[in-house]
Design a protein around this ligand. Structure first.
Ligand code: HEC
Length: 112
């Protein structure tokens, strides 16, 4: 009996630790609907941002194709820095982290 009593606090402590340590998540927090708004506002002049259609600027890849070239989560970093490698004709942007999470969430939604 006394063994049981001694063990109980350890179990409670473990449970508390599990609750206190949430899993790290990044783009998972983004709102794809807000990301779409952002894409339409800033990117749609050149890129096809939706599931169908051609890019207004032919050499700009449609957003639904981006994930075939690379993991779109990797774009978050370059977007945060306001640059995109191999993107000479594109103006540079500066977005805040929330906007980037939203945009990445939207791009990920196009993968499905
Ligand atoms: C003024 C036109 C223009 C606008 C606006 C624009 N892009 Fe681009 N984008 C391009 C062009 C052109 C390319 C192809 C560049 C190349 O292949 O050299 C491109 C390529 C890209 C690529 C692929 C880069 C690579 O290395 O393959 C990404 C990702 C991208 N754009 C994201 C965006 C995002 C996100 C926005 C909006 C925030 C945006 N673009 C707005 C013209 C534009």
């Amino acid at each position: 009996m006394s063994k049981h009593v001694a063990r109980a606090p350890a179990v409670v402590l473990l449970l508390a630790l599990a609750v206190a340590a949430p899993e790290p998540s990044r783009a998972a927090d983004g709102d794809p609907a807000l990301g779409l708004t952002l894409a339409q506002e800033w990117c749609a002049k050149c890129h096809a941002t939706g599931r169908y259609g051609d890019s207004p600027l032919a050499i700009a890849p449609p957003f639904r194709e981006l994930h075939k070239r690379y993991d779109v989560e990797d774009l978050a970093e370059s977007l945060a820095e306001g640059i995109l490698v191999g993107h000479p004709t594109m103006p540079s942007f500066r977005f805040d982290p929330d906007q980037i999470d939203n945009l990445i969430a939207y791009l990920k939604s196009l993968e499905r």
